[in-house]
Design a protein around this ligand. Structure first.
Ligand code: 8YV
Length: 327
């Protein structure tokens, strides 16, 4: 029988995924789950036929320079590939794949949870109740803002943006979106969605803003200090995409100044570090990058990694190949 390909997996994955990888490949698993150091990553790309990294691995051109000629596939565990220099990989004949689709609904659910948590002050209320500070109801106490009837602005109308729009429609929100191009008229009609070619114009009109774009050189600080200032003072900003899309410092300053009503963030500019300006604020609901953190999504992400590797081994084009033109 042919030699099994060496697949190096950089982080601990769900047990059934690791078991299947062990059957199919010469799999080197990360039992400790500690993120790989740069040295470990260099060693991995020198020995692996296939690398299965995650967001905690920086696969840049300098690392790829050090890769051995046997490295042919980077099968990322995750949808976003901003930690991988896809162009540099492709230039060396290394294919890159990701895991889209299987985390769409979970990320959209968490987005709705953040919209509700911030608008209705859920975390603040839960914390004070846990702390024994519910000392009697009052008509004017703990008032949040209604969700029904408000204008939701979506930046990035791909799979996740559309899944958020569908959920938001059921909550009576009005859908506005900014994207490189409008969605098909069928989808626009289904969602009663208004397209804004000008992000600036959309920002000035929405009550809730949510980000669902990939992080690329052109989306870095797309929400700059100047653009954030276009938001209304009662606006809520939610981000479950990538922290780098928002100028986090500017966002923190606006929050401190009361220039926006609140933020719900699952992602940060310098994860796992949190900008101190965002800490200790009751109107900032912060989560540790939990968008796709469900048992189901993690198993399906692993299955997608396996299918991409297997398809590539069989000599076919992997289903989730990422090409720079998509980014
Ligand atoms: C993961 C994500 O937690 O898929 C993505 O882009 O951000 C999350 O699903 C992580 O990136 C896995 O590598």
């Amino acid at each position: 029988a042919a030699r099994k390909p060496k697949v190096i997996v950089t982080r601990k994955l769900p047990e059934p995924v690791e078991a299947r990888m062990g059957e199919l490949f010469d799999a080197e698993l990360n039992i400790s789950d500690a993120p790989m150091s740069r040295e470990q990553l260099v060693d991995a790309v020198q020995r692996a036929d296939v690398l299965a990294p995650t967001i905690t691995d920086r696969i840049d051109a300098a690392l790829l320079e050090k890769a051995g000629p046997q490295l042919k596939l980077i099968a990322n565990f995750g949808a976003g590939v901003d930690h991988i220099d896809v162009a540099a990989a492709n230039a060396r004949g290394v294919t890159v794949t990701n895991t889209p689709g299987v985390l769409t609904d979970d990320t959209a659910d968490l987005t709705m949870a953040l919209i509700m948590a911030v608008s209705r002050r859920i975390v603040e209320g839960a914390n004070l109740t846990q702390a024994g500070q519910f000392q009697g109801w009052s008509p004017t106490w703990m008032l949040g803002r209604r969700i029904t009837g408000k204008k939701l602005g979506i930046i990035g109308m791909g799979r996740i943006g559309q899944a958020v729009a569908r959920r938001a429609r059921a909550f009576g929100l009005e859908i506005h979106y900014h994207n490189r191009k409008p969605v098909s008229s069928r989808i626009a009609q289904e969602l009663s969605a208004t397209y804004w070619e000008s992000l600036d114009q959309m920002l000035a009109r929405v009550d809730i803003l949510t980000v669902h774009a990939p992080h690329t050189p052109s989306s870095y600080h797309l929400l700059s200090a100047r653009r954030l200032k276009l938001l209304q003072a009662h606006a809520v900003v939610v981000n479950t995409a990538r922290g780098e899309i928002i100028d986090e410092n500017a966002l923190g300053e606006m929050l401190a100044a009361g220039a926006i009503a609140g933020v719900g963030l699952d992602v940060f500019e310098h994860e796992p570090a949190i900008n101190p300006k965002l800490l200790g604020k009751p109107n900032a609901v912060l989560l540790p990058h939990q968008g796709s953190a469900t048992i189901e999504a993690r198993v399906q992400m692993g299955e997608k990694v396996i299918i991409n590797i297997q398809t590539w081994l069989d000599g076919h084009r992997p289903p989730d190949r990422v090409i720079p033109a998509m980014l």
